[in-house]
Ligand binder design. Sequence first.
Ligand code: MN
Length: 136
Amino acid sequence: MQITRNTLDTNLGPSDWFAGSVYLDPVAAPAGSSRVSATCAHFTPGVRTAWHTHPNGQTIWVIEGVGLCQRRGGEIEVIRPGDRVFFEPGEEHWHGACATRFMAHLAMLQVDEEGIPANWLEHVTDEEYAAAPPIA
Ligand code: MN
């Protein structure tokens, strides 16, 4: 057993991956034979990930606020606290906050054999993001 006290800093996610300020807290990291990676991500309003894929898929679970997600070729979906989304391995997608609200989610995945959690693509354009449905 190993306890990690609440002493790890919250860090801003890199701008290659996020179009604005997203604060990341590490929850679980791969170690030994475990490939589980979990991160709590707080997205500021209007901010979303770039398009990306996960080699072994990803589950996100919304904790607070109002979020959006989309798979390539699909409609933008509104997601709310308690909603769970699974992205298939290799499925191109993005997730983030809606334009006027914060959104926090827990993100869980298994890294691949080389420890890679995600493969990053281009940013979601303002035009793509603007296609989100109203959140009311
Ligand atoms: Mn993802």
